[in-house]
Design a protein around this ligand. Sequence first.
Ligand code: SME
Length: 156
Amino acid sequence: MGNATFEGIVLEIRRFAETAKDIAALEEFCVGILAERLSDYNWVGFYMLDPSDESVLVLGPYRGAPTEHVRIPVTEGICGAAVAQGEAVIVEDVSADPRYLACSLETQSEIVVPIRAHGKVVGEIDIDSHRLNAFGGDDRAFLENCAEAVGKFLER
Ligand code: SME
């Protein structure tokens, strides 16, 4: 996947964010464009920290198979690990990672990128792929740019 595709998507997300009516609309736009344009991005979703209990991540807008993991303690899963570490987590083979919480039997690799607002982690973007080792440094940089656009929107 060329960087031009990634750059174009980031520009579209930033443009949408300029006039988005609320965070839910921006998150919907992000999951839609990522799932539609990127063939390895088979499950795309937001998990945000519950404002009334910041030890739990709550599933937001997503594309892909429904998941039973609608609330994930920050001590669990790849999703929890990304919050605990405060940085992106890439798992090349989910079957080899004991932290992994299964969503779909088809998932083989995963990337989770934190979203920050006012310097603090407030949530994350979670992507699953049906392909082994689907995510690398380019995906990480791209998703960090997407997460930054969402974080900046939340800071307004
Ligand atoms: N795999 C994630 C759980 C979320 S589902 O993939 C949608 C995890 O291990 O935290």
